[in-house]
Structure formats: C-alpha cells, structure tokens
Write a protein that binds this ligand. Structure first.
Ligand code: GLU
Length: 475
C-alpha cells in the first residue's frame, strides 16, 4: 500500500503549493513547497503552483515575482502554474472570479449560503460577549434566518453583505490526516463562515477548496495552522459534490527557544539566505530533514530526495530550526561545487580584470575553507592586494626566524616566482628548519595570518612577483 494515502493514482498524485503573496517566502513555506514537490515527484505525478491572491489589500505583485524566483532557485519547478498555464488555470486566484461566481450561484440555489449584513463592529461585540460568558466565539447566526423581505430591506438601506456558508447542524466531519491520523470534528462547533467577502472576492475556505478540486489536486501538505480549517473546506466540497484531496498538516518550524520561527531568530526568508550566498542544494537538504526523518544522511539532489521522501515519516512535533545544522549542509554543498560553479558563485568578490587562470587558482585555493562567500572576502584582499599588514605577534615570529631565513626565501622567489616548494626547500637548505618552524614564518610573511587555506595554491593564485615583494621586505 502506498503510504501517501492508500490510493493508487492512474496518473500519479497531483500536489500543489498555494502561497498567498503577502510577504516573503519564509522557510516554513519553502519546506511546504519542497514536500509537495517531492510527493508529486516520488509518485510520478504533477506539482502545481497556485497563487492565492484574492485578498487584494494584502497581496502584492512584487511578492509573487520574488516567490517565483525563489522557487526556481530552489529547483522546485512546477508542472502547471504561473507562466505554465494549462486547461485547469488560470493559476492566479485573482483571475478565477468567473469560476467562483458559478459555484456561488450553485450554493445560493441550494440554500447552502446566505447573505450576512453584520458589520465588523457587531461581529466583534458578539465575539467579546461569547468570550466573556466562557463560550468559544463563533458566528451567532444573526442573519441565518432572515426572511427574503428582511434581506431586501437591508439591501435597500445600502448595507453591504458577505456570504456565509450554512453549516449543517448535528454532523460529524471525519477525515484521516496524512500526518495526524484520524480526525473528527462536530459541525455544531463550527460557526457559519464567510466564503465571499463584502467586496465580492472569494474567501480562503472557499476558493482554496474549490480550486484544489478544479485543478485535480489529490494530496495537500500544508501548515498545521490549517488543520481546523479542513472540516469547513470538506463541508464546502461536499455541498458542491466536488472531490476532496487528502490533507496532511505539518508541524510548525520553531526557533531554538521553541517559539514560532520569526525575524528575531535571524534570517528566515529564502531571499535572505540566497543573498547571503547559501546554496539552494544546502537549503533544500536542510529543509528535507526538518520534520522528516529518514536514513539518508548524504547531500541529495531533488530526484534522490523524492525517492527517499515518505509522508509517513513526517513528525508531529514542532521542528527546531538550527542554523548550525544548515551550515553543515552549506559547507558540504560549497565543497562539492565544480571549479566553474564555484567561480560563478564567488566571482563578484574578485577584483575586476583578474585573469581567468588566476581566478581559478584562487577558487581552488580558498574553496576548502569557505562556507559562505563572505569567508572568501579576506582572502581576496590577501591574495590580490599588496603585502599584508603584520600583527605584532606575526612580526615577532618573523623577527625570530631571522633575516637569513628571508634572504634565502626572497632569493628563491626571485628565481622561481610564487613557487612554495622551491622557496621552502631553499629556506630548509639555508636554515635547517622543518615542519611548522619552516612554514609558519613563510605563511605569516606571505598572508599575514597564522591560519588559512593551503599555502602553495594560495601563492600560485597571487600576481606574479607577489612572493618576492612580500619576502624581500623582511630580508
Ligand atoms: N494560501 C494559504 C497559505 O498560504 C494556503 C494554505 C493551503 O496550502 O491550503 O497559508
């Protein structure tokens, strides 16, 4: 049996990511996108992208643009969605008004919905009153049974109305969540809810559900905050005789202190990580392990991840974001880059006009010591700038090596250029030094630092004559 829900799909599962473009794509949503992508790929199905932008006041075109860029950068390409329309589109909810209108009319004809004239103020007062008397707040049903005449009078008075779904009394709504297992809700605990806002736009419970049905979505992985929305959505789908997807609600991502991940925990949006030079493969490998357990401990590409993904392995406990762990993946991803990939990753740090060969030498020299591009920055200055400044401790170690040491080194550099083995063997011959005693004064003189990437490749990356210039001044 397939643990994605027990069904077999003739064409594989259809999953989707359905973001609201009200802000940046943060890690939680990126993980939701990733898991839906993997679930589709593992079953040879389709992954859709739907932009939930019916809330015109909060949705912004620029957020959608960055979102599409972020998903593409992560490698989470969609089979249908913005820029890849098919017969189930449009994939922007703001363009699906005519489809929603048809469903609204069906529900109106059935008497499954009614206009609600309550103002925001009235609703708030009712909510407070219920809370004050110890009851859970839900719509009090004020407009539920208005007569056609009463409705007409309110309209004539110019009162605006929303459309509410009439929740049937005395029903039990049951479903099996892909993560949380069997769920059961009483319809009597659910107040009649708004499916069309005062401005005529479709509200979340409604358009999210009917679009999943209309787009043939079979499985939905989404944030746990939507778990209690699910019974409402199932009621809407049932009223319209539309098929419901299998839902799975994933635990939240929390910060190290256990509170929901937010700005105060540092970078949380994909854009921030991207701009700091994180590799997409590091981010997806980290997210893949966040709340999903498995035996795969190597850096995986998306295809291998899809094979290893199993919704049965999604945990119910919140996942703790751990920047250190992300760093481990980042290091691994950076060290696996080919020369050409690493060059394009770090190129903007290099001084303009650096020759290709020198650039490649530099990358080869520093890459093993780089986790983020910022780690390469000081080495750009050390390699391509003039002779480094020497800290007092370095000066002291250099002085202790003696001028004979540096005279031999400078002479070898004059003959052989930036060739560390040649310089080191000349110094060894002149001074009898070995090991750290031999190499440390050279490292300090050439780089100004006691630690860093391997010295020989670093030296090869330096401009011709650099070794001589740096050693001569100490002879
Ligand atoms: N637009 C909703 C959100 O961003 C989608 C929820 C869902 O995936 O069903 O939270």
């Amino acid at each position: 049996m397939d643990s994605t829900g027990g069904e077999t799909f003739a064409r594989g599962p259809t999953t989707r990511f359905a973001p609201s473009p009200t802000g940046e794509l943060h890690l939680g949503n990126a993980r939701t996108a990733l898991f839906n992508f993997l679930m589709a790929r593992r079953g040879g199905g389709r992954f859709l992208l739907r932009i939930e932008d019916t809330d015109a006041g909060r949705s912004h075109e620029r957020h959608t643009e960055v979102l599409l860029e972020d998903l593409t950068w992560l490698g989470l390409t969609w089979d249908a969605g913005p820029g890849r329309e098919d017969e189930h589109g449009p994939y922007y909810q703001s363009r699906r008004g005519a489809i929603y209108q048809g469903f609204f009319e069906t529900l109106e004809r059935q008497g499954a919905v009614y206009p609600c004239f309550c103002s925001a103020l009235e609703l708030e007062a009712s909510r407070r009153a219920q809370l004050a008397s110890g009851r859970p707040p839900r719509y009090a049903g004020t407009c539920r049974d208005l007569t056609p005449g009463e409705r007409e009078r309110k309209r004539v008075q110019g009162l605006a109305s929303t459309t509410r779904f009439r929740v049937p009394a005395g029903q039990r709504i049951e479903f099996v969540d892909l993560v949380h297992g069997a769920q059961s809700f009483l319809s009597d605990d659910i107040g009649d809810f708004v499916i069309r806002r005062g401005d005529g736009s479709a509200a979340f419970f409604f358009c999210n559900a009917v679009d999943d049905a209309g787009m043939g979505v079979t499985q939905v992985l989404r944030g746990e905050d939507h778990l209690t929305n699910t019974p409402r959505q199932l009621l809407v789908l049932e009223a319209l005789s539309l098929p419901a997807p299998r839902y799975g609600h994933m635990a939240l991502i929390v910060g190290p202190d256990g509170s929901p991940l937010s700005k105060r925990h540092g970078a949380t949006s994909v854009r921030e990580f991207r701009e700091r030079g994180y590799r997409p493969e590091a981010l997806v490998n980290y997210l893949f392990r966040l709340g999903h357990s498995g035996a795969e401990h190597a850096l995986l590409d998306l295809e291998a991840m899809a094979r290893a993904f199993d919704p049965a392995h999604l945990g119910r406990a919140p996942s703790h974001f751990d920047a250190q762990q992300l760093s481990v993946w980042q290091k691994e991803a950076a060290h696996r880059l080919s020369g050409a990939e690493a060059l394009s990753w770090l190129r903007t740090l290099l001084p303009p006009g650096v020759e290709e060969a020198a650039a490649n030498q530099f990358i080869a020299a520093v890459l093993p010591n780089v986790v983020l591009p910022e780690d390469a920055r000081p080495w750009v200055r050390i390699v391509f700038g003039g002779p480094p400044d020497l800290e007092p401790a370095a000066e002291q170690a250099i002085r202790a090596a003696g001028s004979g040491y540096f005279a031999a080194a400078a002479q070898a550099a004059a003959q052989c250029g930036n060739d560390l083995p040649a310089i080191a063997s000349a110094v060894r011959a002149a001074t009898g030094r070995k090991g750290a005693e031999l190499y440390m004064p050279l490292r300090l003189a050439l780089t100004g630092c006691a630690h860093g990437p391997e010295l020989a490749p670093l030296l090869r990356a330096m401009p011709a004559g650099a070794a001589l210039e740096r050693l001569k001044r100490l002879a």
